[in-house]
Design a protein around this ligand. Structure first.
Ligand SMILES: C[S@@+](CC[C@H](N)C(=O)[O-])C[C@H]1O[C@@H](n2cnc3c(N)ncnc32)[C@H](O)[C@@H]1O
Length: 578
């Protein structure tokens, strides 16, 4: 069996690899229980610089290998697919692809020269043996390597411990364990802490992965097309009749833009913004939007499950509040919210237990997870793809926007060992949030995680997170821990300025009104008046505009992708430097 890379594997172009990847994606959709095809798909993801996506399929392959070996819910389907795999040449194809992508793991040490015995009864024990001894070893190798690559060291440590329990003398697994321990040691020593005294719970488990419109993502619309703008503006007219969404040009911000405090001349990007269709006087409410894409992290019975308004603020409180009579676990502020929930998402989550115990440091990531779960439920009840939801479809994902064919570096070639193939990583990723939790919840929602790959795959979860991280608003509880979050698809089209011309409030619905008075700052044009003129862009605000410039920039940097360069920030920062 070949244990060194073949020339064609190393030199395959980005396009060749993408074609192969898409064939394998298709094949997995058609044969969802085939462990071999999932492992091959995981390898194809790795070969294009997506260890995070490889992890999702290798993890499912690991689950399926257990299904073949033990009597689980999907034992029969997994066993049938395993028998088909050993009677085809797929198993040997996997064997030839493996050493190139995951060095150190090959099939030469396995008893897995898979050849059909010619009888169904004879093939069955062989399929079980191969699933247990070979495929699960391969799956562990890809899972652990990908966890290391994605910076999920706590999970990598957990899975290498399991791998060594199953394959105690495997030299590659022993070497991987050493790599993980070394990384952990340097992580703790860089913070001046002692690794040996650290608890496993303190091991880092969150990293960054590529944030992009995946080349196979056919759900992302051209947001600037006439058709897209027409659909968005039909929605906008329902919540804000005097406003419209239009293309605008924005500075590309980065965390170092503020260092010179000069506006860069060439770094602009087309985006969307909200504009006035007519003159609007100061003090007028101009947008009122309610969203079902909401999340409540704690004290769920204190908030409306649908719009997330605190139930204590509902008029006539106790009488208006309705509980779901099936699960008695979801409360609604009104019959309108109750019906919207039942029609759009609640049946998928009714009675599904979602663990609410998270540490303070995890609470904002947990809110994003809850938004993801709500999006999955909305998609399931409405029977559409999650990326087609009206709350999600057009919103900004803050993708890197690079030409992949140009940017991608072959990670098989000398001196290019970056698992992400040289493409920048800006999307926070954890095994728990991006893979385990969504798959667990889907299973509790009675959704078959193997057969619904087209809707519920890791790349879909990553895309949803990319969109939520750029647009969701969150509110803190009294202890300053994030408590409630929501994505309002129209409101989130508003761009930021520290000199906003609108104010907003979020209590169930989100409301924008034109400011009665503009924020006072000395450098402003004295002729500028509050209110909006026809054609003028609405300037929202993502941070507390009463703070000094340095703190405003710190607050808004996450939402803006860089330091704010609005005229007020530039002027005030210049004053501070003189
Ligand atoms: C919530 S979205 C706003 C709508 C977005 N422009 C769109 O096309 O959908 C936030 C993103 O808009 C961009 N943005 C908002 N305000 C900006 C500003 N003042 N300067 C530059 N970029 C801004 C940033 O890229 C940010 O990540």
């Amino acid at each position: 069996m070949a244990s060194s890379k073949t020339t064609s594997q190393v030199t395959a172009t980005w396009k060749d690899r993408l074609v192969k990847l898409q064939e394998l994606q298709e094949s997995v959709i058609n044969r969802p229980y085939s462990i071999v095809q999932r492992l091959r798909l995981a390898l194809a993801y790795r070969s294009l610089g997506y260890p995070d996506l490889a992890l999702g399929d290798a993890y499912k392959a690991l689950l399926l290998a257990d299904e073949v070996a033990d009597e689980g819910e999907f034992h029969e389907q997994a066993l049938r697919a395993a028998k088909e795999d050993i009677t085809s040449d797929l198993h040997s194809q996997l064997a030839s692809e493996l050493p190139y992508i995951v060095p150190g793991v090959d099939h030469t040490t396995c008893t897995c020269t898979a050849e059909s015995t010619g009888s169904d009864e004879g093939d069955e024990p062989m399929a079980v043996t191969i699933a247990r001894n070979c495929w699960s070893k391969t799956a562990y190798a890809i899972v652990v390597q990908s966890l290391i690559d994605c910076g999920c060291l706590r999970s990598a440590f957990d899975y290498i411990t399991r791998a060594l329990q199953a394959f105690p003398s495997n030299r590659h697994f022993k070497a991987l364990r050493e790599t993980i321990l070394q990384k952990l040691r340097s992580h703790f020593s860089s913070k001046g802490d002692n690794f040996d005294a650290a608890d496993v719970e303190e091991y880092p488990d969150m990293g960054l992965v590529r944030r992009e419109k995946y080349p196979w993502n056919n759900y992302e619309p051209d947001r600037f097309s006439e058709e897209s703008l027409r659909i968005m503006n039909e929605e906008m007219a329902l919540v804000a009749p005097k406003l419209e969404i239009k293309k605008t040009t924005l500075l590309i911000l980065s965390p170092d833009t503020a260092a010179s405090n000069k506006l860069p001349t060439s770094r602009y990007v087309d985006q969307l913004g909200i504009f006035a269709k007519e003159d609007i006087p100061p003090g007028e409410v101009i947008l009122e939007e309610k969203s079902l894409l909401t999340a409540v992290a704690r004290l769920r019975d204190s908030f409306c499950d649908a719009c997330s308004i605190p139930l204590s603020k509902v008029d006539g409180s106790a009488e208006s509040i309705i509980a779901c009579d099936e699960c008695e676990d979801a409360y609604f502020c009104s019959s309108e919210c109750y019906e919207l929930a039942q029609d759009n998402y609640h049946p998928a989550l009714c009675g599904v237990n979602i663990d609410q115990k998270v540490s303070a440091s995890e609470s904002s990531d947990f809110l994003y997870s809850l938004l993801l779960i709500r999006a999955l439920a909305l998609a399931e009840v409405q029977n559409i793809h999650p990326l087609e939801l009206k709350e999600v479809r057009f919103i900004w994902g803050d993708y890197h926007g690079l030409d992949l064919e140009e940017k991608w570096k072959n990670n098989g070639e000398k001196n290019t060992t970056d698992p992400f193939s040289g493409v920048p990583q800006t999307l926070p990723f954890s095994f728990k949030d991006n893979i385990l939790t969504p798959l667990n919840i889907l299973e509790r929602m009675d959704i078959n995680i193997y057969e619904h790959e087209d809707r519920y795959d890791t790349w879909v979860f990553n895309t949803l997170y990319a969109k939520f991280r750029g647009t969701a608003s969150a509110r803190q509880g009294l202890d300053r821990r994030p408590e409630v979050s929501a994505v309002h698809p129209m409101w989130c089209m508003g761009n930021h300025s520290c000199d906003p011309n609108v104010a907003w409030e979020w209590e169930g619905s989100i409301r924008f009104w034109t400011r009665e008075e503009l924020v006072p700052w000395e450098g402003r044009d004295p002729d500028e008046k509050p209110g909006l003129r026809r054609g003028e862009e609405l300037r929202s605000h993502y941070c507390d505009v009463s703070l000094p410039v340095k703190e405003r920039r710190e607050w808004a940097v996450g939402a803006l992708g860089g330091d704010c360069m609005c005229p007020r920030c530039v002027w005030e920062a210049a004053q501070e430097n003189t």
